[in-house]
Design a protein around this ligand. Structure first.
Ligand SMILES: Cc1cc2nc3c(=O)[nH]c(=O)nc-3n(C[C@H](O)[C@H](O)[C@H](O)COP(=O)(O)OP(=O)(O)OC[C@H]3O[C@@H](n4cnc5c(N)ncnc54)[C@H](O)[C@@H]3O)c2cc1C
Length: 422
């Protein structure tokens, strides 16, 4: 494998070319032979520069490994699950306290990244979850938060109505307010991390990796669609909704991409009730059929989305044009729960996909045959906030310093969908 620190290497992407638009490809890189492991430092190829891939690459780089990050379309590209503007980060996870802990540990790393960035990555908007009854999700979340010393507030309906007058709380009994959480600026975060990775000597390649032979015992290289070969000691595939196409045998139907649509509406001009500092990030738990959204972050419009899984899709071919049906559903929800926004014009929309495991747990585990291949994915509609900790866990598995968490093992991934993690 070519040396990223070798300035004569035409395959090493300069920081300038990456800053110039992430789309930069590389000149032909030399064909690679079997790489050798020197000491405990590895050459690692990370395939996929979404939130899971870039954090994995960054953790491996910081541990002293020589990392090549490869993406077919660029970090947080428009089709990737990590694309788009904003993501909710919150610690409410009901009984699934493993994710509460991961969200909290990740938040520290997001804040550190945000403090280095010219524009915000983490926006402490606060997050309000509200429930039609004293749901077990609410009481379990609160117990987990108390254990960790989080300043989460349990709010009555009257208290919420007083503090958040832009929301109509009819049919709602109680809420949870997480003042320390809020929004992550998704595309900006992933692209900034990729730039930091390159600035610190990491190698980034624009290239589409062909599916490896799943019958082999291990990999010594991957082949790009243009014929280039990239060798490494270890490989991490963090290809989001494309993982089933790359590994039809090991993964196949264990990860199912579904269509998801997001809408932004313009608040009334000059109306401060939908601004940051007044309106929080929010989620209407609605018995597990969650709607969620954000205030008018960076003047993009007030965001609304329905978290229910849409139809199964192919991330390469699904239409990115929003449907009338999804818009009508969101408008009906908005008019009921946010009546002050009735008639607000649609100013933007996005069509993306979740990549769902059967129950919503992530996948961070070795390929069952390819011994030096790690599979990382199944963000299942809630993965973004956990990027730093998913990357840390993936890096530990590559280095062999920690065993796989049972919930993230491939063996626990079912072929049928029955969502349990919200
Ligand atoms: C609409 C929407 C709303 C969401 N809301 C939230 C939220 O509020 N909070 C939250 O925490 N999470 C949220 N999520 C989930 C979160 O965004 C995802 O779990 C996360 O972004 C998945 O990241 P990833 O790195 O696994 O995949 P991706 O971001 O899809 O990255 C995979 C990358 O692999 C590359 N790739 C694929 N195949 C190849 C190949 N053959 N060769 C080279 N490169 C390849 C792709 O180009 C892509 O860049 C949301 C997701 C969506 C779609």
């Amino acid at each position: 494998m070519s040396d990223p620190s070798d300035k004569s290497d035409p395959a090493a992407v300069s920081r300038r070319s990456l800053l110039g638009g992430m789309a930069a490809g590389t000149l032909a890189s030399p064909a690679i032979g079997r790489a050798s492991v020197r000491g405990s430092k590895f050459k690692v190829a990370v395939i996929g520069a979404g939130v899971f891939g870039v954090w994995t690459a960054r953790h491996l780089q910081q541990a002293g490994h020589k990392v090549t990050l490869i993406d077919a379309r660029g970090p947080a590209n428009n089709r990737a699950s990590s694309g788009g503007e904003s993501r909710l980060t919150r610690a409410a996870y009901g009984k699934d306290a493993i994710y509460t802990r991961m969200a909290l540990d990740s938040l520290t790393q997001w804040k550190a990244l945000s403090s280095r960035a010219g524009l915000p990555i983490f926006i402490p908007a606060g997050v309000l979850f509200f429930f039609p009854n004293e749901d077990a999700y609410l009481t379990d979340s609160l117990a987990a938060h108390r254990k960790l010393g989080l300043p989460t507030e349990a709010l009555s309906r009257a208290e919420m109505a007083r503090r958040f007058p832009m929301i109509a709380f009819d049919g709602i009994a109680a809420g949870l307010h997480e003042p320390g959480f809020g929004a992550l600026m998704a595309r900006r975060a992933v692209q900034l991390l990729a730039r930091e990775f390159v600035a610190d000597g990491g190698r980034y390649l624009l290239g589409s990796v062909s599916p490896p032979d799943e019958k082999s015992a291990s990999l010594d290289m991957v082949t790009l669609s243009n014929g280039e070969r990239i060798g490494a000691d270890r490989f991490v595939f963090a290809a989001g909704p494309w993982l089933p196409k790359l590994f039809p045998q090991a993964i196949g139907q264990r990860i199912v991409p579904t269509r998801q649509e997001v809408f932004f509406f313009a608040p009334p001009p000059g109306d401060r009730r939908f601004q940051l500092g007044t309106m929080p990030g929010w989620a209407d738990f609605n018995g597990g059929d969650i709607f969620y959204g954000f205030p008018d972050l960076e003047s993009r419009g007030v965001k609304f989305a329905h978290d229910a899984h849409g139809v199964d899709v192919d991330p390469d071919t699904q239409s990115r044009v929003p449907t009338e049906a999804a818009l009508a559903e969101i408008v009906a929800f908005r008019d009921h729960r946010f009546p002050l926004l009735r008639g607000a014009p649609l100013v933007e929309s996005r069509v993306c996909q979740y990549e769902n495991s059967g129950n919503g747990d992530f996948l961070i585990d070795h390929h069952p045959r390819l011994a030096n291949v790690l599979l990382v994915g199944a963000g299942s509609g809630h993965g973004f906030k956990h990027g730093p900790e998913v990357g840390r866990r993936a890096a530990a598995l590559v280095m062999g310093t920690k065993p796989a968490e049972p919930r993230f093992q491939l063996a626990t991934k079912t072929l049928s969908q029955r969502r349990e993690v919200h």
